[in-house]
Structures are given as C-alpha cells and as structure tokens.
Design a protein around this ligand. Structure first.
Ligand SMILES: Cc1ncc(COP(=O)(O)O)c(C=O)c1O
Length: 403
C-alpha cells in the first residue's frame, strides 16, 4: 500500500471498525461513500459553535452560519465551474426540481423528453410524473448488447425532442456514456440537456460551463460529503426560464396577502430553512477532495474493477456486466447462476465485506439485462488491492461451496 493510500485511509475513522469480527471492507461506494474526519468534525463544530438559521438575523451566529452556507455554494461554483448552484437534498430532488421548475413551464403536450434505458429511477419517475401531468412524450434510447447506449438509435430518435436526460456514468454498469457526443447531437436538434452526474462527480472534476449543457444533478454523499444535500447546476439562460417549485421561507422577496415576489438568485429555489450543517460538511469534503489526484485515483480504481471483472469471469457460472473501458467508473455488477445475490452478500457480510445487492434503482436496465438484480462491488479512494483480493478469494470459496 502506498504512503498516500495509507494517509487517505487514516482520514476515514469508520475504516477502523470491525464487522462480524473482521476489518470492514467497504465496497458499496456507489450507494454512498464514507466520510473523512474533516467532514465529520466540520459538521460537529458547526453545531457546537455556530448553529443559527441563515439569511434572517443580524446577530453574530446568523452571520457566521450564512457565511458558512454560502461559502459552500462559492466552493461548488469553483469546483464545477458553474454560475448557478441550487442546493437540493440530492440528485433525486435536483432532477425533480428541473422537472417542476423548468419542465412544467417550458414543455408542452407532445414535446418529447428523451431518456435512456440506463437511467436510475431518479431520472425516470419525475419525467413519468410530468408526462402524466402535462402530456409530454417519453422516449427511451435502448442499451445495446454490449451494455452501451445504442447511439444509432439515439440519433434516430431526435425528432420533436426538447429535452435529453441521461446518466453520465451508470451506477450498475460503470459505463461512462459518450457525453460530448450526446450533447452535440442534442444541441444540433435544439434540445436542452440534463445530466445525472451522481456517479461521475466522485471520480472526476466536472466542468459544467464547458460541457455546454443546461442542467446537472449530483449528491454530496457520493463524494465524501454528508447525506441530505446535493445540487442542481443550471446554465444562466435556462435559470431565467425556471419558476419556483416550492414556496415559503427564504425564496421570497416580498409577501402581501394579495401575492408574493420572489428572489432572483438561487434562493428562489431553496424554500424553508436550508441544509446548513450539510453545506458545511460538503464544503469540507470538497476541500478534502481537492487535495486528491482524482485522475490517478480514477485509473487505480478502474484497474481494480478490471481485475475484479476478469477474476469473476473466470469463475464458472458467473456473469459480469459492463465493459470497464477507459473513463468508466470502478463498478462491477455480477451474478452467479447457483448462488443468489442476497445469499452471496450475506456470506460476504459475515466476513466484514459490504457489497450491494438488488436492482440498484434501475429496474428497466435490470429487465434489459434479463435479471432481477445483481451483486455490485464499487470501489473508492480508500480501497486497497488487498481488500479486493480478500473479496475475490471469499467469493471463489463461496461459489465452490455451492457448486
Ligand atoms: C446514477 C444515479 N442517479 C441518481 C441517484 C440518486 O441519488 P440520491 O439518492 O442521492 O438522490 C443515484 C444514487 O444511487 C445514482 O447512482
């Protein structure tokens, strides 16, 4: 293990704990990552020394809290190179916000929203709800045999499309979609673009402005930050086309009994007391991540995923999904024809190894793959090759027992 990796691991208190008498091996990072001590400390410190509501009072604590909350927004603006950063509870709320605040007011009956079969439910259900509400048509780009998006069919599906929504990096396959190509096709047809970047932001620096897209949704908890906060990045032009989704609290400018006027900036979409401690934690997470060489880590973790996929493929009866080509994330989904995923996951847990099972909130993709669910190992900055070897030899011995 390199010195850097040891130093990274030392920053994560949870890695000291044992599960079922073994050192924890945490491979459920695509669901949520662990939190470095600086994030935990920043949130504790906020509650211990600064806690107050934001934007509303002139007292010292309120001023400090407001500054801390807005400092996270400023940090995110720089990190993502984005002008408009609206805080949400996560990727799911961010996509719902785009559907309600923009979709409902800018799409009409018969307009097409193009999605893909690879989407997380968070990027399907809000559009289905909108479709029921205002009659937009939903069209889905199929996933091809090789587990990548069928780009020919995407090109052929563009007629009438006003909005293209797609997942940057699949939480099941690890596949990084041809983002630039899809954006270019969409823009050529005059469509807006929303990217679900929940699985992209932990592994790479996203430059929102240069992507030439309209919306990007992500969650803090998948990039070492706390749960309960995420954001919707919006291009300045599209921001002006959005109407508030929820009313009350800080989103107003003035309220009379006859009506209200709204804030002009991001606060317009942040009704009620916001996620202040969470913003403080996310700010600390961004600062922590900024010291990591994400490109180096991305390649290290992808190597781990490739090694895992190859070793698993060598086990009789095992099917491994995804290609693990350059740019993909370190996610390996697999299934064995004799060992049920949940049995395998329980046996792994008995040895302190945490993997995800189930449909991964991507039931249409599961249907396409012809399975009800998979096991999923997903790697992150603090994972080691040694942990991977332990998982692989444990899986090999479990399969041997069942065969
Ligand atoms: C690709 C993708 N989109 C959306 C989400 C939803 O994120 P959240 O639950 O943080 O809103 C996830 C979470 O797993 C995801 O992997």
């Amino acid at each position: 293990m390199s010195g850097d990796l040891m130093a990274i691991r030392d920053d994560f208190p949870i890695l000291q704990r044992e599960v079922n008498g073994r050192s924890l091996i945490y491979f459920d990072n695509a669901a949520t990552t662990q939190k470095p001590k600086v994030v935990i400390d920043a949130m504790t410190d906020y509650y211990q020394s600064m806690n107050a509501n934001v934007h509303r009072a002139v007292h010292t604590l309120a001023g400090e809290s407001t500054e801390a909350y807005e400092s996270c927004r400023e940090n995110l603006r720089k990190w993502f190179s984005a002008e408009k950063v609206i805080f949400t509870s996560g990727t799911t709320e961010a996509i719902n916000l785009a559907a309600h605040a923009w979709g409902k007011h800018n799409l009409n009956k018969g307009d097409v929203v193009l999605l893909t079969e690879m989407e997380h439910h968070s990027d399907i259900v809000p559009w289905q709800m909108l479709s029921r509400e205002i009659g937009v048509e939903l069209r889905y780009v199929p996933v091809a045999e090789d587990h990548t998006l069928d780009m020919e069919l995407l090109r052929a599906s563009m007629e009438g499309v006003k909005l293209v929504c797609f997942v940057h990096t699949s939480n099941v396959l690890g596949a990084r979609n041809p983002v630039e190509e899809i954006v270019s096709i969409s823009k050529k047809h005059g469509a807006k673009v929303l990217i679900d970047a929940a699985q992209a932001v932990p592994h790479s620096r996203i430059d929102f402005t240069s992507m030439n897209i309209d919306f990007l949704a992500c969650s803090a908890h998948k990039m070492c930050g706390p749960t309960g906060i995420g954001c919707l990045l919006v291009s300045p032009g599209t921001f002006l086309e959005m109407e508030p989704f929820m009313g009350g609290g800080d989103m107003i400018e003035t309220v009379t009994l006859e009506g209200s006027t709204y804030q002009k900036n991001e606060h317009k979409f942040e009704a009620g007391t916001p996620k202040i401690a969470e913003a403080v934690g996310w700010d600390a997470a961004i600062n922590w991540l900024s010291k990591i060489d994400l490109q180096f880590e991305h390649e290290r973790l992808l190597d781990m995923a490739r090694h895992t996929a190859n070793r698993l493929r060598a086990i009789p009866g095992m099917t491994v999904f995804g290609q693990h080509t350059d740019g993909d994330s370190a996610v390996v989904s697999f299934i064995h024809d004799k060992v049920h995923p949940e049995d395998m996951a329980r046996l792994l847990d008995a040895r302190g190894i945490a993997l995800r099972t189930g449909h991964h909130c991507a039931q249409p993709l599961m249907e396409k793959l012809g399975v009800n669910g998979t096991l999923r190992a997903s790697f992150y900055l603090y994972n080691t090759q040694e942990e991977v070897e332990t998982m692989l030899s444990t899986i090999e011995s479990i399969v041997e027992r069942f065969s």
